[in-house]
Structure formats: structure tokens, C-alpha cells
Design a protein around this ligand. Structure first.
Ligand code: AMP
Ligand code: MN
Ligand code: MN
Length: 330
């Protein structure tokens, strides 16, 4: 456990402004929030004349590459300051970044379940996205927001709110988004790319997931499973799977949507999304994971079917599920 120094926006801004040769790290299986926040912070600090790069996360998707472009560090870059964005837990460092485990100088995060690992932490659990905190740091430093920075921040904020639909969206989220939209970038194209258009591969896998969805607890819980075979057969890649964890929750009556994704023979990545009543961050913490109250994840070291059984067993302890434990199939 490191000696943690909790930072305000002002302190974090001053700290970053005082450093040079900064490496920004995004989380494993990167989403739009970690990518957009990192890209915006990188561009903003560069505009102060600093040497700043992103860690070359191998998980960046095609959609995300547009925001990463030339920002990734080369092999020869030796950082003097390492900054983690949107990383709730040191376990979520991307592959190859293990060398920085004990060397994170500052973490910028918004997860309720944040487990501290950095020397300094700026944590705002009311922020819908890490992008909101990065926006405040950029404003605090008086850095002009360019169209490129605005677009990256918009990707961050829109991703974690599912395009301003989720309950984590606040008036402040909209105020920030409103300012971002005053800059000349094509937000409708971003929305189309990230939230509207579906590839044929996505349609194919979605069709299979919908027809194979299993319901438990009288229809209050829905489970979908993505196996390696399914990915091979549909040719779906990470771009095609964007936000697919929300699919199970989109069914009427479902309080808890669970996506189980086969990683290895005996390991699954679990994503949970809840509607109103269940704190999935707490539930996932029981499996050594975490996240937000309505969106959280964990890793279970079991094959898919057993993972499903184990999770459903754990749910029986919840009073709201106690009476309805049968599996319903559509
Ligand atoms: P996901 O289901 O992977 O999209 O994750 C939903 C939210 O939970 C994200 O904000 C993640 O950062 C967080 N999360 C996912 N897995 C973990 C984990 N193993 N530990 C802590 N937080 C996690
Ligand atoms: Mn994230
Ligand atoms: Mn986030």
C-alpha cells in the first residue's frame, strides 16, 4: 500500500503542470472514456510544450485508433511521471505496463470501487466519466480547448453515459458536453460511429446472443454468453462488441443483465449492468472486481457454464431474488 496523497482538481493540475516527460496509461480492454480522457490530457499538456505520450495499449480498437494516432510512446521513451486514467484497480493495467505497477505518480479516476495504487489520486465518484475530471483539469490550467480535445472529451463523456442515457448523467455532464459542442467537431458522426451504426458482424453476434439469452429469478436477471467459437463464427471483433454488455439489461423486467465472456478455458470476464436496484459494484467486489453501481465487472476463474451457475447462486442471497430462482427460457 502506497502513501496516498488525495488531490483536488487544483492540486492535480499544478502537479501535472510541474512535470515533464509524462506517460499516460489507459486501462485493459480500453473503452471510450479511458481513451478519450488520455488523448485529451495528452494533447492539452502537449500544448503547454511538454513531452507527453500514451502507453501503447495493445487493446485499442479501430474506432479508438483515430484518437490515438501519433500519441503513443516509442520504445525509447523514459517517463519521469506516470499518470493512470480511468483505472480503478492496478489489476486493470494493460498488458506490457506491469513495469509501472509501483511507479504510478498520479491516478485520475471516478470509480466508486477505486483501490488506490498511485502516489497521488484525484477521485470524483460523482463524475459520470473520467473525461469530466480531465475537462476540469484542462480548464483549471487555462488551456484552450481545441476541436480535437473537445472531440476526445466528448467520446469519453458520451461513452460512460451510453450517450447521456444512463443514471450517472448529471446536469454537470450536460454543462460540460454543451461546452464541448461549442467547438467545431462532428458530434453526430461520433454518435453514429459509437452508438448507432452496427456492423453485419455485430448484427450476427447480437442475434445469437438475443436468441440464446437465459432468464433467471422470474425474468429479473438475464444472462448472455460470448464464447471463442461465437467470435470465430461471426468474425466479430472488439469494435463490434462495443457496449454489448448492455444488451441483457435492455429487456423489459430485467433488473440485472450479465455478460459472461470466455477468456480462457477456465477463465471468464463478467460484465454486469443493472437498472435501478442492484449495486453491481458491490456484487462484483465479492468476486474481486468492482466498478460503478450500475456498471461493473470481474473475472471468474471458471468455465462459462460454471461461472453462470456461481453468479446465479450468489444472487440467491439477495432478498429481491430469493423467491424466484427458476431458469426461464424464451
Ligand atoms: P466492463 O463490464 O468491463 O465494461 O466494466 C464496467 C465498469 O467496471 C468499468 O468502469 C470498469 O472499469 C469496471 N471494472 C470492470 N472490471 C473490473 C475489475 N475486475 N475490477 C475493478 N473494476 C472493474
Ligand atoms: Mn473505462
Ligand atoms: Mn470511466
Amino acid at each position: 500500500m502506497v502513501n496516498l496523497c488525495v488531490q483536488t482538481v487544483d492540486e492535480a493540475s499544478k502537479y501535472l503542470a510541474s512535470r515533464n516527460n509524462i506517460l499516460i496509461i489507459t486501462h485493459k480492454s480500453p473503452d471510450g472514456d479511458t481513451v478519450g480522457s488520455a488523448a485529451a490530457l495528452c494533447l492539452a499538456l502537449r500544448s503547454l510544450g511538454k513531452n507527453v505520450y500514451l502507453f501503447g495499449n495493445r487493446g485499442f480498437t479501430k474506432n479508438q485508433n483515430a484518437y490515438i494516432k501519433s500519441l503513443c510512446a516509442g520504445e525509447d521513451f523514459t517517463p519521469e511521471c506516470v499518470c493512470a486514467v480511468d483505472i480503478a484497480d492496478i489489476k486493470l493495467l494493460p498488458g506490457g505496463a506491469e513495469i509501472y505497477v509501483d511507479r504510478i505518480d498520479i491516478a485520475i479516476d471516478h470509480h466508486l470501487s477505486h483501490k488506490s495504487f498511485a502516489k497521488r489520486l484525484i477521485l470524483d465518484t460523482n463524475a459520470a466519466a473520467c473525461g469530466e475530471i480531465v475537462y476540469k483539469i484542462i480548464k483549471n490550467l487555462g488551456i484552450p480547448i481545441t476541436a480535437e480535445i473537445a472531440e476526445a472529451l466528448y467520446v469519453a463523456v458520451s461513452t460512460d453515459t451510453s450517450c447521456f442515457l444512463n443514471s450517472n448523467t448529471t446536469a454537470e455532464t450536460h454543462r460540460i458536453a454543451a461546452e464541448l459542442l461549442s467547438h467545431p467537431f462532428d458530434f453526430a458522426r461520433v454518435n453514429r460511429e459509437f452508438f448507432i451504426v452496427k456492423s453485419r458482424e455485430r448484427l450476427d453476434i447480437e442475434t445469437r446472443l438475443l436468441s440464446g439469452m437465459r432468464f433467471y429469478m422470474g425474468g429479473k436477471v438475464a444472462v448472455i454468453v460470448i464464447t471463442h467459437d461465437m467470435l470465430r463464427e461471426t468474425q466479430a471483433d472488439e469494435d463490434d462488441l462495443n457496449n454489448i454488455a448492455a444488451l441483457a439489461r435492455s429487456v423489459a423486467g430485467v433488473e440485472l443483465g450479465i455478460l459472461i465472456r470466455e477468456r480462457e478455458e477456465n477463465e471468464c470476464k463478467v460484465s454486469m449492468r443493472s437498472s435501478e436496484k442492484i449495486d453491481v459494484a458491490k456484487l462484483c467486489e465479492r468476486f474481486d472486481g468492482g466498478g460503478h453501481s450500475r456498471a461493473a465487472g470481474c473475472t471468474v476463474k471458471l468455465p462459462c457454464q460454471e461461472t453462470e451457475k456461481t453468479l446465479i447462486e450468489a444472487l440467491k442471497e439477495y432478498p429481491m431474488f430469493a423467491e424466484d430462482t427458476e431458469e426461464l427460457t424464451v
